[in-house]
Design a protein around this ligand. Structure first.
Ligand SMILES: Nc1ncnc2c1ncn2[C@@H]1O[C@H](COP(=O)(O)OP(=O)(O)OP(=O)(O)O)[C@@H](O)[C@H]1O
Length: 251
């Protein structure tokens, strides 16, 4: 795999039943960049995203190759929990667990058996700082995560994902349940995070894709129509379908 590529999809199709929902997608995601998947509702964005850390196991049949460090993540010998640790996911709705802020952040570390208090403390601070939440919560780490605002809860979920030190972060419409101020904060956080991580985000919000992503993929009816630098997709789309979608002709 090329040096600057974090993940490569080769001819990936995903089927919930007999007919594929995602058809023959091939693409390469660059390291330390934000890539956005856009397209109309039902075009297969989330289905494709969820396949990238095996969230479709037992739900859909995934064919083709999803190469991470030159290994197809769907090979039987691959440990699915390790895949999900290295390729973390943030969901549409903030999903804090009913426990303290501190315990939320280290949840994944506890699962892999980390007990060293110093390591846990240090990882909590590091992850909350990276998720731009530290300053707001550092004096109340023991209070319930459910007491945080929606935007804070989503940044906590980002911190929880970061705590196990993934390489790639998948985000499935991470701001669609949030107000504009929280959305701006999450977008700023994403821009910061790409220094250390590769981010792939599904978004309905075209302004968000154009503001926050370096690369944009346009999907239509389960097919990847066009994948290019975000400025090129928005300023000079090469495909008619992309142009029509961006101009609000469907979707
Ligand atoms: N668990 C499932 N079982 C069966 N079909 C599903 C499942 N999840 C999604 N689908 C179907 O797959 C198709 C693509 O859905 P998907 O959620 O991937 O699209 P999307 O582009 O992310 O849409 P949206 O923007 O509305 O979230 C839809 O027709 C949907 O009904």
């Amino acid at each position: 795999m090329e040096e600057n590529i974090a993940l490569e999809l080769k001819d990936v199709s995903v089927a919930y039943g007999a007919e594929p929902t995602v058809h023959n997608v091939s693409m390469k995601f660059k390291k330390n960049q934000v890539s956005a998947l856009i397209g109309a509702s039902g075009s297969g964005k989330s289905t494709l995203l969820r396949s990238i850390n095996r969230m479709n196991d037992g739900i859909a049949n995934v064919t083709g190759q999803i190469l991470f460090h030159d290994v197809d993540i769907n090979q039987p010998k691959v440990n699915v929990y390790k895949v999900r640790q290295e390729i973390g996911m943030v969901f549409q709705q903030p999903t804090p667990f009913p426990m303290s802020i501190y315990e939320n952040v280290i949840y994944g570390l506890r699962l892999i058996g980390e007990k060293d208090r110093q390591v846990l403390d240090q990882r909590v601070e590091e992850s909350l700082k990276q998720a731009a939440l530290w300053e707001e919560v550092k004096d109340r780490l023991k209070v319930s995560a459910l007491s945080l605002s929606g935007g804070q809860q989503q940044r906590l979920c980002i911190a929880r994902t970061l705590a196990t030190r993934p390489e790639i972060i998948l985000m499935d419409e991470p701001t669609s349940a949030l107000d504009p101020i929280s959305t701006t904060q999450i977008e700023a956080t994403m821009m910061d995070l790409k220094k250390n991580y590769t981010i792939i985000i599904v978004t309905h919000n075209m302004q968000q894709a154009s503001r926050a992503s370096d690369w944009t993929a346009f999907m239509h009816q389960g097919k990847l129509i066009e994948f290019n630098q975000t400025t090129e997709i928005f300023m000079n789309p090469h495909e008619q379908a992309t142009n029509d979608y961006l101009n609000g002709k469907f979707g």
